[in-house]
Write a protein that binds this ligand. Structure first.
Ligand code: GTP
Ligand code: MG
Length: 171
């Protein structure tokens, strides 16, 4: 049976390659609950695509995350999160505040993720080899997410989109 459990509060970690649709999914949550790494890159560097800003952006994202989890506020991390060490850092924060972590896999086919880069501005388009590497990392991680420490592992699909939207509409 499909696990569709999202406790409240929860730390929801979106996992998927560039172009997989993470931000589209993130928009089903209230915007104040979503921490989007691109936005933090823009905040520290004026350029959402500036990869040299990632370390500073992630540090600021983490401090907002800690402030929110200290208040037991449900928080969604909108970043690729395909690397195990990135997820481990997020899981550490969730554990230290006693908030369950949910992995939310956005597993759109790699070819689709790559095609979607074509319609982006050159500054925001992620190179095809990077997208394919992210996709492979996400697929390889999927079976291990429970063991990493995620209390629930969800896969993005139509049923979830409907549930999430209905949950939001019904408050
Ligand atoms: P990055 O921020 O680069 O990591 O990408 P992302 O995972 O946030 O993807 P995003 O949500 O920006 O979606 C990429 C493109 O795919 C956008 O143009 C979306 O409109 C489109 N898209 C997202 N989800 C769907 C879907 O379910 N169907 C279709 N047809 N397009 C979608
Ligand atoms: Mg996005």
């Amino acid at each position: 049976p499909l696990d569709t459990t999202i406790p409240d509060p929860a730390l929801i970690v979106l996992i998927g390659a560039a172009g997989s649709g993470k931000s589209t999914w993130a928009s089903t949550w209230p915007s104040t609950q979503v921490l989007e790494l691109d936005q933090f890159r823009a905040m520290v560097s004026d350029d959402a695509g500036d990869q040299t800003a990632t370390v500073s952006a992630a540090a600021v994202l983490h401090s907002v995350l800690e402030a929110r989890l200290a208040r037991k506020r449900t928080t969604v991390i909108d970043a690729t999160n395909t690397e195990a060490h990135v997820r481990a850092g997020l899981l550490d924060v969730a554990r230290s505040y006693g908030v369950p972590a949910v992995a939310f896999l956005v597993s759109t086919p790699a070819d689709v993720c790559v095609q979607r880069q074509a319609s982006r501005s050159p500054a925001r388009a992620v190179p095809a080899d990077v997208v394919r590497r992210q996709h492979a990392e996400a697929a390889a991680a999927a079976p291990h997410l429970h063991d990493e420490g995620f209390a629930h592992v969800l896969c993005a699909d139509r049923t979830h989109r409907l549930e999430l939207l209905l949950r939001r509409v019904s408050g």
